[in-house]
Design a protein around this ligand. Structure first.
Ligand code: FES
Length: 160
């Protein structure tokens, strides 16, 4: 199928991206379906992912604690973060699986810590660290508009 930009929820556009100029970032041929790449412009690291829903551009920072999603695993439209088992849906911006550290979801609901494989969850000793994990909110992903022009992927990237 021809590579195409993925649709995303309008309200989840990244700050400043609605008015940003499009700039070419990569040849479409360099991003086969299932592939992810990091693109850096200034201090902005952007994740390009070629999902079954199309090509997505979002921050290459996990919405939990900022790890680079580009070195995680892409399974369909869901990217797994290399830290803490968090999984995020690139088609909707929603969290598919909360990180093992628990914390607040995008709507502010608290989720407890958990461990993979049914093992007992790691319990933080009470204190600032535990409180920080509890209060860390996993936001919805934010998107940068994508278009394809003459075989190049272009992304609207805010500068400054
Ligand atoms: S930094 Fe990604 S799940 Fe924690």
């Amino acid at each position: 199928m021809e590579p195409r930009p993925a649709a995303y929820p309008d309200q989840l556009i990244a700050i400043g991206a609605a008015d940003a100029p499009f700039e070419p970032v990569l040849d479409v041929a360099e991003l086969s379906e299932g592939a992810m790449r990091r693109i850096t412009r200034g201090e902005l690291d952007i994740l390009l992912a070629h999902t079954p829903a199309g090509i997505v551009a979002t921050d290459d920072r996990c919405p939990h604690m900022s790890a680079p999603l580009s070195i995680g695993e892409l399974d369909g439209c869901v990217v797994a973060c290399p830290l803490h088992e968090g999984r995020f849906d690139l088609a909707t911006g929603e969290t598919d699986q909360m990180p093992t550290t628990g914390g607040l979801d995008a709507d502010g609901t608290y989720h407890p810590t958990w461990s993979p494989g049914g093992r007992d969850a790691k319990v933080d000793p009470p204190g600032k660290k535990a409180e920080a994990r509890r209060l860390t909110r996993v936001r919805r992903l934010r998107y940068y508009p994508v278009r394809i022009v003459d075989g190049r992927i272009e992304v609207a990237i805010p500068h400054g």
